[in-house]
Design a protein around this ligand. Structure first.
Ligand SMILES: [Zn+2]
Ligand SMILES: [Zn+2]
Length: 286
């Protein structure tokens, strides 16, 4: 068991209001963590407004966090985007301004594309669709942002983390068709936070994804999925909302517990935490 190391396939850090990457990295490393895919948080998490400038500042925070985590010896890939829930939130408060809100979001994505081109971040995320009922205007805006970002990711050969509605078969079918239409490499599109039903269908379409590292979900995942996905905490590093996601070290403990219980073997865990990560993200295994 000593040789087992663990990856967090999707998480956020907040150095302003939460633990920040330095604390997270130290604790995650001592639990056996070696890799983190770090994703930007919407500006309001840091106390910035949701103007273009607020987004630029929040992406700057991500870049600094990414650098700090790497200096502590973690392997990392870093992603910035416009969260679909943030778009939903803004448009539902002000549907008449939908076009303006969309244009700002696209400007943010274009700004991120420049940072990707300059090697300051590795890709886009998260973009997509919220997992709850959406105002039609917000749904359209998120769809446009998703297509625009997928096209940029394809052109730049960059990764993209997708936040989706967990619709099972229809979600997997839609993303599979969209990926084909845009002709982006499937290795670059990572569907995050999938439930088991959506994950099963995603595997039928050879899509790459992460599942939340909660014990019940992992139990199901280990039983019913091929080891061709990754595990995530989706930690949001918000001390005011401790229960909404797992701590990165909790997903490690949960995997170790299921190993000890005989629900999963070392080989399977190695595939998720090392093989998949090094293959998908082009990083040297530890
Ligand atoms: Zn998400
Ligand atoms: Zn997330």
């Amino acid at each position: 068991m000593e040789k087992l190391v663990f990856a967090d396939g999707h998480m956020h850090s907040n150095p302003v209001k939460g633990l920040g990457i330095e604390n997270i990295a130290k604790r995650f490393s001592s639990a056996g963590g070696w890799f983190i895919a770090l994703v930007s948080l919407p500006p309001h998490h840091f106390g910035f407004d949701n103007s273009f400038d607020g987004y630029v500042k929040s992406v700057d925070v991500l870049i600094r966090e990414c650098r700090a985590g790497k200096e502590l010896g973690l392997k990392m890939r870093c992603f910035a985007g416009v969260h679909p829930a943030a778009v939903e939130d803004e448009i539902s408060k002000n549907p008449k301004q939908s076009m303006k809100i969309l244009e700002k979001a696209l400007m943010v994505i274009d700004h991120i594309a420049k940072l990707v081109k300059n090697g300051l971040i590795d890709g886009f995320g998260e973009v997509g669709r919220p997992h709850y009922k959406s105002l039609p205007e917000a749904f359209i805006a998120n769809t446009i942002i998703l297509k625009h970002t997928l096209t940029l990711a394809k052109d730049l050969g960059a990764w993209i983390h997708l936040h989706l509605e967990q619709g099972g078969e229809i979600t997997a079918f839609d993303i599979s068709e969209t990926v084909k239409a845009i002709s982006i490499d499937k290795k670059l599109t990572i569907l995050h936070h999938l439930d088991i039903a959506t994950a099963r269908h995603a595997q039928q379409h050879q899509l790459i994804f992460t599942v939340p590292g909660k014990i019940q979900i992992l139990k199901e995942a280990f039983k019913s999925l091929k080891p061709m996905y990754m595990v995530e905490s989706d930690f949001i590093d918000d001390p005011k909302r401790p229960g909404v996601s797992s701590y990165p070290w909790d997903i490690v403990d949960n995997q170790k517990k299921l190993l000890l219980d005989g629900i999963v073997d070392e080989n399977y865990l190695y595939k998720l935490n090392v093989d998949m990560v090094s293959k998908i993200y082009d990083v040297e295994p530890p």
